[in-house]
Design a protein around this ligand. Structure first.
Ligand code: GDP
Ligand code: GDP
Length: 482
């Protein structure tokens, strides 16, 4: 099973976004260590007890204007019911139960998905007494929390994690098969282990681990590709272009819609698995235009993929939502390729593609070493090139750099541009090593790792990218104590 999604619903001002931020904040290592990504507002990845899951604040997706208010909220609830694995229904103890709470509760009580009632703003003992009235809403699982202080959120997260099936596979849980580790252990857990064994790590003979200068690890897995992007960017047209045939449209059977379809096929002599989250090939339904829907779908597809093809509509240009999806894929450690679609319909002058590419890259900085291909899904223009680049990105993801070569190169670069002195200390990086994680990550061992800035992290990342081909691959750089 891939991915696990928790949706936060509730009427405005109950504290959904505060709770959302609180839940995401618990997550340490990877998000914070990963340089250059902005925090998304409405969706993100949370971590608790070594388990990772998606959290979505549905409030961020509905209009707040008065006249569409109730309708929008209803929509929010229906989408959450349809798409999430667990629903957090947030109420506000400061206001007590309102009519709207009652209405939402009516719908949610009938949900086949687990609903956890979260009574928010329980900041003190007096509030806790008042909060008891919420049992009247008729939910078995009630949590009293204060999103502002964080009290009670641990118990809530415990319950969310308890709801997760054992075999949830997320972005960070794929550990290289070639490293003798249990497959189920997440990168984060591995990271922790590395930290614990730091001395052993430092003293061990790394260069026995990888014998060649640079290796692309072979595995028998066929690359999994997800086509993601906003509604009408041309995803289904592209899928048809890849597979070369119109698909028969399967009717919308309740219960099957949220499962994705994986299609294994061969193109230009290469094998691929295309991930088709419910709806890519289906006739558009009423929800289809909702940004929220497209985001959830993209997240789900991403979780299952090795490489994400982000389709953008050349005529619209790259939007904030595109960038959010891009950052999320990067944060999940996925390979990424940008396909600028509808290039056939774009007015072109000399240098148009080059200028367009430059503009995109500016928006993606600092992770802008991403292949960009200008395609027309409709006319099948550069479809082959898009596929070739996809394979290249997939290969780049598997690139492993030998420790001695990496140090030979990087320590020299570091010497040329050493970290600045901090509080009277000379900060120095002693050595660097690529970690055995699926998404390429590097640990830099330093005497004062806490003194190293994000700017310096970007410097290291840039130097690695200059020397080795990690095009389309997000890199994680960790600073460790030595
Ligand atoms: P949303 O509209 O449901 O996303 O609500 P917000 O997260 O924007 O919160 C609405 C208001 O409630 C803001 O002023 C928050 O600061 C406040 N709030 C959120 N959580 C708490 C809490 O645990 N205690 C208190 N006292 N206020 C809170
Ligand atoms: P999706 O919602 O991302 O799956 O987008 P669709 O594949 O349904 O395409 C949305 C619209 O864009 C349709 O009207 C397509 O015919 C049109 N479209 C898709 N690809 C291209 C293209 O390469 N060029 C042009 N001109 N139109 C395209």
């Amino acid at each position: 099973m891939a991915g696990f999604t928790v949706a936060i619903v509730g009427r405005p001002n109950v504290g959904k976004s505060t709770l959302f931020n609180r839940l995401l904040e618990q997550r340490k290592a990877i998000v914070d260590d990963f340089s250059g990504v902005t925090r998304d507002r409405q969706y993100g990845v949370a971590e608790w007890c070594g388990k990772t899951f998606n959290v979505i604040d549905t409030g961020g997706f509905v209009s707040r204007s008065e006249d569409v208010f109730e309708k929008e909220i209803r929509k929010q609830v229906l989408i959450a019911l349809d798409e999430a694995d667990v629903i957090l229904f947030v109420c506000d103890t400061a206001t007590g139960i309102t009519t709207l709470d009652d209405e939402m509760a009516d719908v949610l009580r009938r949900s086949p998905k687990p609903v956890l009632l979260v009574v928010n703003k329980v900041d003190n003992a007096a509030r806790l007494l008042e909060a008891n009235e919420f049992y009247a809403l008729g939910f078995d699982k009630v949590f009293f929390v204060s999103s502002i202080s964080g009290s009670g959120t641990g118990e809530l997260l415990d319950e969310v994690v308890a709801q997760m099936p054992e075999d949830v596979e997320m972005a960070t849980t794929n550990v290289k098969r070639t490293i003798k580790r249990e497959k189920t252990r997440s990168d984060e857990e591995l990271e922790k282990e590395w930290e614990e064994d730091e001395d052993d790590l430092y003293n061990s003979d790394f260069d026995n681990i990888d014998e060649e200068n640079e290796v692309i690890e072979q595995d028998e897995f066929v690359p999994k590709i997800a086509i993601i992007g906003q509604p009408n960017a041309g995803k289904s047209t592209l899928l048809n272009a890849f597979t070369g045939q119109e698909r028969t449209i399967v009717s919308n059977i309740p219960g099957t819609t949220r499962d994705s379809i994986h299609t294994h096929y061969k193109l230009f002599g290469k094998e691929f698995i295309l991930i088709d989250t419910a709806g890519l090939r289906r006739k558009k339904n009423v929800h289809e235009d909702l940004e929220f829907y497209s985001v959830i779908r993209a997240i789900r597809a991403m979780d299952e993929a090795d490489v994400c093809l982000l389709v953008i509509d050349a005529l619209n240009g790259i939007t904030m939502q595109d960038i959010n999806i891009f950052s999320l894929a990067a944060r999940k450690g996925k390979g990424i390729l940008i396909l600028v679609n509808k290039w056939d319909a774009f007015e072109k002058e000399t240098n148009t593609a080059r200028d367009y590419e430059k503009k995109i890259k500016e928006k993606m900085a600092p992770f802008n070493d991403v292949p960009i291909v200008f395609i027309s899904a409709k006319d099948k223009l550069r479809i082959f090139q898009a596929m070739e680049k996809t394979i290249e990105v997939h290969d780049n993801m598997k690139r492993r750099i030998q420790t001695s070569k990496l140090n030979e190169y990087l320590l020299k670069e570091i010497q040329k541009f050493p970290p600045p002195m901090t509080r009277g200390h000379n900060v120095s990086i002693k050595f660097v090593r690529q970690l055995p994680t699926k998404a390429p990550s590097f640990a830099c061992y330093a005497n004062y790792p806490e003194a190293l800035s994000n700017g310096y992290r970007n410097f290291i990342e840039n130097k690695i990218r200059e020397q080795y081909n990690f095009s389309g691959v997000p890199l994680r750089i960790y600073f460790r104590k030595k």
